[in-house]
Design a protein around this ligand. Structure first.
Ligand code: RNT
Ligand code: ZN
Length: 415
């Protein structure tokens, strides 16, 4: 008997069908963010990253051209199991020879290369307007700015992004999740906390007034507790974003698990929102102290979030996207570890006897529930993971890192 056959038998003993778990995971799309490859810079400006987010580190070999970034993404795709969707930011517009369009004037054609790339690989695309790293960010504000011209510019940007999102959906045949996040806020105590939020609300409403097909474009609003340099006040707080989504039909709440106070957990928020919203969206990341964007690992909270999605049968109601950026280590490795970690979390959740555990809870057999939850932790999950990777044609173990090292020598260090 192979190790997988052995493991399959052990899992069958608790009513888990590992073949079915593997088959299911192969069909679940997870969005791979393009911005891990170049430290969230993009191709439409020369300036630094702004907007309350920051990358730290200067590991060599980052992508500086569309060709390099797409080549790097292909490498990551080749090292990771599972179905993927691309996640692109508006600042990653690809302009042909000398042409340029500012954010408010972006058109589908500026993303034709992304569509070509996605189609060739049978992937859908998610999209994000970029409300940062731009000189029209006035005093740290965009959609909530008291300056009308500033707000207008960013509303036009949002509308352009709706049109581009619809183009992505039509071209790929897969709905496009369009996420609105701004770093709008204040470093120190404001005198007016409501004014900026009313303006933010009205600006998002103006963006969503752009006509679009609700089956093709899924707008979301992402909340945040604070950003670097905007510690005192964030316009798009948790209450703001959640309320906005709740009050606007077709708009989804997006929770980034790096955007809450340290003892709050998104795993507990997922089922709460699923009790109300038909669909929700997630940014999967790893917060450490003040930073919200470390590489995703196969850690307890990551596993817990995956469990909440799987055991509530919500794999088709939760849009899952990765969101982190680390410039201090090999970027291909960072990208790959994060994607593989979320795949592990999903597979592990699919290999959990969820119905049996729920029954123990409902019958108040809490001692047994604790015993079982602890027992499952040492089940031979690694053998199921290895089988899944083999079926997907990727290395199950750390062998993949050898390929990253070779790629670093042959490609990254020559840039
Ligand atoms: C920032 C938000 C946001 C960004 C990306 C690049 O705190 O998480 O989602 O990380 O849009
Ligand atoms: Zn995010």
């Amino acid at each position: 008997m192979t190790r997988y056959e052995e493991a399959k038998k052990i899992y069958a003993g608790i009513g888990v069908d590992t073949d079915a778990a593997i088959a299911m995971l192969k069909e679940i799309p997870v969005s791979l963010h393009c911005w891990q490859g170049d430290d969230v810079i993009g191709f439409d400006h020369d300036g630094p990253l702004t907007g309350g987010i920051q990358t730290t580190g200067n590991y060599p070999g980052k992508a500086t051209t569309p060709e390099q970034l797409l080549q790097d993404m292909d490498k990551v795709i080749s090292l990771t199991p599972g179905k993927k969707k691309l996640n692109v930011h508006a600042c990653y517009a690809i302009f042909e020879d000398g042409e340029f369009a500012d954010r408010d004037k972006l058109e589908p054609k500026h993303f034709a290369k992304w569509v070509e790339f996605a189609k060739e690989r049978n992937m859908g695309i998610d999209f994000n307007p970029t409300f940062f790293s731009h000189d029209k960010v006035k005093d740290g504000l965009t959609l909530s700015s008291p300056d009308e011209e500033t707000r207008k510019f960013w509303i036009e940007h949002g509308k352009a992004c709706i049109r581009i999102s619809e183009y992505f959906a039509k071209e790929t045949g897969v709905p496009c999740v369009m996420n609105i996040w701004t770093g709008d806020g204040y470093k120190d105590i404001p005198a007016d906390r409501m004014g900026p939020r009313i303006r933010y609300k009205e600006s998002i409403e103006a963006i969503l007034a752009e006509p679009y097909d609700k089956n093709l474009v899924k707008p979301c609003v992402e909340s945040k507790v604070f950003g670097i340099g905007v510690e005192a006040f964030t316009a798009g707080s948790a209450e703001f974003s959640l309320s906005f989504a709740a009050m606007h039909d077709g708009c989804l709440p997006l929770m980034d698990n790096g955007h809450y106070h340290p003892t709050e957990v998104v795993s507990d928020k997922i089922p709460a929102l699923l009790a109300f919203f038909p669909e929700i969206a997630l940014h999967i990341t790893r917060p450490i102290r003040w930073d919200s964007d470390h590489v995703v690992l196969f850690d307890d909270e990551t596993k817990e979030m995956a469990k909440e999605i799987v055991r509530n049968n919500a794999l088709d109601r939760v849009y899952m996207a990765l969101d982190y950026f680390d410039a201090s280590i090999n970027r291909i490795s960072a990208w790959t570890v994060g994607f593989r970690s979320w795949q592990k979390a999903l597979l592990s959740a699919l290999c959990t006897p969820n119905e049996m555990l729920k029954k123990l809870q409902d019958e108040n057999r809490m001692s047994e529930l604790m015993v079982m939850q602890e027992e499952i932790k040492t089940y031979p999950f690694g053998d199921v993971w290895a089988e899944y990777c083999a079926q997907c044609g990727v290395a199950a173990g750390a062998e993949w890192f050898k390929e990253v090292e070779a790629y670093e020598q042959e490609v990254l260090l020559k840039r």
